[in-house]
Design a protein around this ligand. Structure first.
Ligand SMILES: [Zn+2]
Length: 599
């Protein structure tokens, strides 16, 4: 049989087998919290088309990788998960049993699917909150019933009848941990956060793929965009950039509801679910126009197939909801969040100051773990951000955070970073004293805002080795320290900017050997929003806390400040004239036992 004949046979097999529609399989077999899982009809045709594209077209030998550029809360993760189960449990894929062969049952080759995330934390949350409940709520327990008896059945690896398998894993920053797997289909979930190296290494496990283009398999990249110039944007630019076009019931012409970077949607979307055709201005129902619509590519001959969609098109979304989410009407959303997560647009580079991707690419020490104890010869610098939670009072949920760094030339290594799992005053003091002993701390800086009493107590014990920090509004002379004063006055925006510059240049190193232990700190570093401020005609960057916690980043900026304080002898020397050197500490310090609460 030559290659063409094989392809013809595969083509016929395809036709035969796909008389079973993947969308009907999903609707008939899966439920959402016990409710029926309706995809067809009711304004979801845009999703139906993507389901079929991934489950049918992408599997063909001439299939292309798919990039889905989406806003938040558009059911894309659910779609990928429904397809994971479809591949595993529909009976369309798999090595036929002896009886099936005798009965002439036709199946497509066995299939191996990897659904991956950049971080362990994301994988665990997905399995616990989405995958397991979804799998266990299938009608007639079909997914569990299709599992291979005595096969692997853990949270992350599941084997199914016919040699199909599903892996839910994280790539980490290198993808090395997945090296021993093989896969036909890979879903890259939260694509915006992957490190490029991890993606290219992970796709190598598709060399022997039995589906999709030979030696390449099927890749589906989907995520919510962040900044311009990112790998996500570069990938999107390689695609045929499909936008979903609605069909006008009167003039029968197509029009996109939304195209990133344009404001035409404001004229098209009148109110609630009523839209106006931009060609003939007929008012009509959005859901109906969606169900009659189709995806239209805007680029010819592209290497990837690209789908863009956001919440606009979702059948439950009204214009009023979108307007309520706009930053001018909502103090809780920033311009960056609105653009990325609601509109599904890339934001300017300055608006997203730090991303897990930048840290993963530039700052990861892959072979270094967190140190439970400091070096005797290299001093450390400690930053402490006190949690807003005050004992006996309600409100505030963040813990206190400590970050320890060592300076190696001009490179700052994060030695350890942790949350102080206590809210008690004396317990906190005890832990900080223990850190001093264990880590050879040369200088610490701690927040005064929520910890004036804590800093005073620490200074009574450790003297000027602990300095308090106050924000100081001066952008031009951002650092100030008066002799015999135990407080530093420093500008928080300049401190954050300095930390980000160091990260972008790979000068802050994160211990990534056990990535799960440091992911929280990476997230804290990536939670800031940027804006600009003009002070006396000069432009300065300012940083505002985003939706997630940022205490770890704040503590890191204090640790950097402690280092700077020592190196400049209290900011009296010009930092530009100082050559970074290793400060020697002659006194080895006694190390006492384990203190509970310190991790
Ligand atoms: Zn029309």
């Amino acid at each position: 049989m030559n290659a063409q004949e094989i392809q013809e046979i595969r083509g016929q097999l395809f036709k035969q087998i796909f008389s079973v529609d993947p969308v009907s399989w999903v609707e008939n077999n899966l439920t959402m919290d016990g409710e029926s899982f309706g995809i067809r009809g009711k304004g979801r045709k845009y999703l139906v088309d993507i389901y079929r594209y991934i489950a049918i077209n992408a599997l063909k030998p001439n299939g292309k990788p798919i990039v889905i550029f989406k806003g938040r809360q558009v059911e894309a993760s659910t779609m990928a998960l429904a397809l994971d189960f479809y591949f595993m449990a529909s009976g369309i894929f798999g090595t036929p049993t002896h009886e099936e062969m005798l009965a002439g049952v036709k199946k497509l080759s066995r299939i191996k699917v990897l659904h991956c995330f950049p971080q362990d934390k994301q994988t665990d949350r997905f399995i616990k909150e989405k995958a397991n409940p979804f799998m266990n709520s299938a009608r007639d327990d079909i997914v569990n019933k299709m599992k291979l008896k005595n096969g692997a059945d853990t949270d992350r690896i599941k084997q199914f009848i016919g040699d199909n398998s599903l892996f839910m894993e994280s790539t980490g920053v290198t993808g090395d941990r997945l090296r021993n797997l093989s896969a036909d289909v890979i879903f890259f979930d939260e694509f915006q956060d992957f490190v490029v190296r991890a993606i290219s290494n992970t796709t190598k496990i598709q060399m022997a793929s039995r589906h999709g283009p030979h030696g390449k398999g099927i890749q589906v990249y989907f995520g919510t965009p962040k900044e311009k110039g990112s790998f996500f944007e570069k990938t999107w630019d390689k695609s045929d950039k499909r936008y979903y076009n609605l069909l006008c019931k009167r003039c029968k012409r197509y029009f996109p509801m939304f195209v990133p970077g344009t404001e035409d949607w404001k004229e098209i979307w009148i109110r609630e679910q009523i839209i106006s055709c931009p060609h003939c201005h007929e008012l009509q129902d959005k859901l109906q126009a969606v169900d009659n619509g189709k995806w239209i590519p805007t680029v010819k001959g592209a290497a990837y197939v690209g789908f863009h969609f956001n919440r606009f098109i979702h059948p439950d979304t009204t214009k009023e909801l979108i307007m309520d989410l706009a930053p001018e009407n909502n103090p809780l959303t920033t311009d960056r969040e609105y653009r990325n997560e609601v509109l599904g647009e890339f934001s300017s580079g300055e608006a997203t100051p730090m991303t897990p991707q930048i840290i993963g690419e530039n700052c990861a020490d892959l072979n270094r773990s967190i140190s439970r104890v400091g070096s005797l010869t290299v001093p450390t610098y400690l930053g402490i951000d006190w949690g807003k939670k005050v004992d006996g009072l309600s409100g505030g949920s963040s813990y206190s955070v400590a970050v320890l760094i060592e300076a190696h030339g001009d490179v700052m290594k994060i030695v350890n970073a942790f949350k102080l799992d206590t809210r008690g005053f004396s317990k906190k003091i005890e832990i900080i004293e223990e850190i001093f002993k264990r880590y050879n701390v040369k200088q610490a800086v701690a927040d005064m805002g929520y910890g004036e009493d804590l800093v005073a107590e620490l200074q009574s014990r450790l003297m000027s080795r602990v300095l308090g920090w106050y924000h100081h509004a001066n952008y031009r002379n951002p650092y100030k320290f008066k002799q015999h004063d135990y407080y530093i006055h420093a500008n928080k925006d300049r401190m954050v900017e300095h930390a980000f510059e160091l990260m972008k240049n790979g000068k802050i190193r994160f211990p990534f050997k056990q990535q799960a232990n440091i992911e929280w700190l990476v997230d804290h570093c990536c939670s800031m929003e940027a804006a600009q401020k003009i002070v006396k005609g000069q432009v300065f960057n300012t940083y505002i806390k985003g939706s997630g916690p940022n205490d770890g980043l704040v503590a890191l900026t204090y640790a950097l400040l402690a280092y700077k304080f020592v190196m400049t002898r209290g900011f009296t020397m010009d930092i530009m004239k100082i050559r970074p050197f290793q400060v020697k500490n002659p006194k080895p310090l006694a190390i006492t036992g384990y203190v509970p609460g310190m991790r």
